[in-house]
Design a protein around this ligand. Structure first.
Ligand SMILES: [Zn+2]
Length: 148
């Protein structure tokens, strides 16, 4: 258990990964990486106090991708920790890809690729082939209609 500051209110927490005693915020997924960056595992006591003061002044912590990668390595977030998407979620994605655009899967993949690597790939695989198949079908239908 390491001391940290709350990424929402900037007050000290006895355990960076636990519930904030001041505002009740509990870091989750990517927030947990930020929480680690705002803990004494990563910062000195002095840096921690300064960072806490800045958050209390309203500054939102904006860690870079490199910092998040360091936190991910330290915390050991692996694809196996990501339980992925449920079957209804995948079917929903396929329906979205079919009816609207397969770009949904690409957007989800892009935003999840570092925090939920497994779900990200599943989203990509659920929507891309479905979307391509739909467009191929529409193309074939238009082509044969044009032949008649
Ligand atoms: Zn808090």
């Amino acid at each position: 258990m390491s001391v940290g500051v709350c990424l929402r209110c900037g007050h000290r927490k006895p355990d960076y990964a636990g519930v904030c005693p001041t505002c009740g915020h509990m870091p989750y997924q990517q927030g947990l990486l930020v929480a680690w960056l705002l803990s004494e595992e990563h910062l000195s006591t002095e840096e921690l106090a300064q960072t806490g003061e800045r958050i209390q002044e309203g500054v939102v912590p904006q860690p870079t991708k490199e910092m998040l990668d360091r936190a991910r390595q330290a915390l050991g977030v692996h694809p196996e920790d990501d339980e992925g998407l449920s079957v209804p979620q995948r079917l929903g994605l396929m329906a979205l890809a079919l009816l609207i655009t397969p770009a949904v899967g690409v957007v989800l993949w892009f935003s999840w690729r570092s925090v939920r690597p497994r779900a990200a790939l599943q989203a990509l695989w659920a929507s891309l082939p479905t979307g391509l198949f739909a467009w191929a079908f529409i193309g074939w239908w238009a082509f044969t209609g044009w032949l008649r």
